[in-house]
Design a protein around this ligand. Sequence first.
Ligand code: ACO
Length: 323
Amino acid sequence: MIRSVVRGTGAALPRRIMKNADFEGMVETSDEWIAQRTGIRQRHIAADDETTASLGEAAARAALDSAGLTPADIDLIVLATSTPNNTFPATAVEIQNRLGMHHGFAFDMQAVCSGFVYAVTTADLYIKGGLAKRVLVIGSETFSRILDWSDRSTCVLFGDGAGALVLEADEGTGTIADRGVLAMSLRSDGAHKDKLFVDGGPSTTGTVGHLRMEGREVFKHAVGMITDVIEATFSQAGITAADLDWFVPHQANKRIIDASAKKLGIAEQKVVVTVDLHGNTSAASVPLALSVAVADGRIKKGDLVLLEAMGGGFTWGAVLVRW
Ligand code: ACO
């Protein structure tokens, strides 16, 4: 059977680093509160000349370099983002143009923090359906543009950045010994749409709007939803937590990550954590964490890697990949 195998990874971060202490004086908060409640110590914030498209392009170029490929080798670009450069056209198309790629096709996916997990499953299905052989899957966000910088309960949590993967069609045997995307589970439930949302949009206010979140409510649901979807993925693949080499969760809050890993019985040393460095970068968080763990040599060819995310909607999902 056809498998979608990871050929390369890449990342891009804005030049400016904002430390927790930089919020003191802007809003009533402290480095200690932010670090203790979330695990975040710093985040990158985009300058005016850094956009979702420019960061996505840089991450895509890095992923292509690591795969030893060029834009000419790519058939499809799937960009996960909730902070596109424009309402339309899709920012994926802008990235396609920036890459000098005038063949194939490109589109955006919007599933907030779960966007990258949705995008990987989408790319996998396009590959399995024969519509594409090599896909650039990108998560790129500039959440700093939709934050209310006077709201201490949200502005300290998010950061900007981008990460990318190249997926390529390969022949597999159909067992979990294969390399590539092996199992996946996606969920959404719009009953929770008012717990984490942006209070603007083209069809309602005609404005971009600002992020609003009932953090405590999101927290309450997160661990249960994350563990449900991971257990569904494990049972699809016929594995247990003990079989995993790496767990790469969405990087929203260290306490959510720790509680989910504990409930699933995933050992602490198998969990990739970058929330301290990047904050919550929404759809970019999983590919950014992946590229850090690949670059430092933790994730190696043949490793069994579990990706997971949960975000606005709510949306949530998990993907099991053999690297
Ligand atoms: N500094 C200091 N105090 C603060 C800050 C701050 N930055 N923010 C809130 N507080 C205060 C609150 O006002 C509250 O004060 P009160 O008790 O006087 O009312 C107190 O701290 C505790 O607030 P809680 O909201 O109960 O704090 P909690 O421990 O729940 O942590 C947090 C808040 C970090 C937001 C947490 O709820 C969380 O991580 N939620 C989930 C977020 C998440 O996972 N999002 C994922 C998806 S993101 C996406 O899809 C875009």
